[in-house]
Design a protein around this ligand. Sequence first.
Ligand code: ADP
Ligand code: MG
Length: 596
Amino acid sequence: MTRDATEPAGRLIEVSGAVVRARCGVPVALAEVVWVGDERLIGEVIALDGDIATMQVYEETEGLCVGAPIAASGGPLSVTLGPGLLGSVFDGVQRPLDRLALSQGDFLGRGQHLEPLATDRLWEFRPTAAAGSTVVGGDALGTVSETPALEHHVLVPPMVGGTLVDVVPQGSYSASDVLGHVQAASGDRVDVRLVQRWRVRAPRPFRHHLPATTPLLTGQRVLDTFFPLACGSAAGMPGGFGTGKTVMQHQLCRWAQADVIVFVGCGERGNELTEMLWKLPDLVDPRSGRPLAERTILIANTSNMPVPAREASIYTGVTIAEYYRDMGYHVLLLADSTSRWAEALREISGRLGEIPAEEGYPSYLSSRLAAFYERAGRVVTLGGREGSVSIISAISPAGGDLTEPVTRHTQRFTGCFWTLDKKLAEARVFPAVSVEDSYSTVSIDLERWWHDEVSPEWAARRREALKLLEHAGQLRNTARLVGEETLPDRQRLVIRVAELFEEGFLRQSAYDVKDASCSPARQMRLLSLLLEFYHRGLDALDRGVPVRELFGLPIVAALARASSAFGDDQIAELDRLGTVLVEQCGAAARSEPDAA
Ligand SMILES: Nc1ncnc2c1ncn2[C@@H]1O[C@H](COP(=O)(O)OP(=O)(O)O)[C@@H](O)[C@H]1O
Ligand SMILES: [Mg+2]
């Protein structure tokens, strides 16, 4: 139902920042994409009242005047999906920033429209489906080697199904080429192209959900061991300014065990993102030794870019993520930050004159957040593959206030909560994840995986360590009142071992070559070593060794350094440390007079 795009659907009667109103001569639909003014700025209809349409415009509206024409596109805001997405940089409405910058220099002109995926690029397509076979949406027609890191499956679009009448032979094809035809039982014949379109605000369909039983390993000890994320689940990461949200997202981009990373830079400072854009092509993928860009997609809407495009950016990102999920990949969507996204929502709502709810946010903030996080999941795709979308979003609550609406609602819709603590960041303890204020509701579902793949003792050790850290927190509060020296030895041991945990386990520098990422096996080994020291320490206390003496043993300094001294391929060194630990603690106990 594409209308003639040149037919003016109406004329502007009001311009208020990014929100404009027009009186329309022909019917336009809610959520329909429109082109505004002579420059044909991209916009979307967000409210209708009789023949008055209210639109948000995704580009700067400066200079638009009343009376300017509006053209209707006939369809909702959609993204183009196909080979060439990987390694690209788009804005929130999928304008190809990298290619636009090449054609126009650094400052993007308005109304500049380039196809999201280059139409002149040829891709070598190998058919895998045979003519005459029955296909349903989600089945692969064939494959394209999109990058050396990823095989792109060209899928029959959702909602299409029937007999595959024909499919092109192996050869080079462009984005606009038709690769085959599907004849539905109804008689309709559908072209299947190398690329397809999908509306961003509707989730792409799948067969059914799978339980969250495998971890999405991040390589960050504090997360994987204590607050693990499951493949297909969502996590919120609130933290004040400078607590390490962006560095953490970059770490995850590099080390998380996902096939494809979609990074949505949403309303944060432009220079930070530009820095990332510069760095990305040089970043090496630890999985393959090849450029990381071969499996990442960047969506950039920085604070100096139009607000409505920021609102759209997370939907554009998650739709692209679902597309790769449908091919049977595990996709991680990183958003930095959803607070800036919510601010965009608030600003647009304000311009619409809607009645504000909590802290000026519209009353639908929570349902919008829910709809976004619900798009995370591990699923069986329409084509019968297993794929997943996991979401990790940074939240920047004003003044670090975790009771503000965006943080609170995110908490309701995500299973993991990683709170970054200002005090830890100020003390340069990174990652500054607060053990007291973080949690994961999926850790129980992941115990089986750790049991089978890493160690049967994972669950018990993890619990013991968490309990110890929690206990140490309470004891520290007491110690602040009465002085640490008045506490009994066993309690002082708990405090000191917790400190050792912070130093030797929780602390993990993003810039440490050996320790930037930590394998599950090494995490488990470090965890066991520290607990072993605690147990031996308790024994030694029973034999009369004072805490001070125990912490004077050389093994303590070695344990504090172990995580950065020995990398993933040096587990044997950690085992050796275990032997030394037993010897030193044993010797200390034997040398005490009452050890006999
Ligand atoms: N994991 C980390 N390892 C080492 N340093 C870190 C880490 N996380 C943060 N930092 C330090 O903290 C600074 C601020 O972090 P950043 O991610 O920009 O904060 P935010 O995005 O929360 O404002 C960084 O420039 C870096 O020096
Ligand atoms: Mg930041």
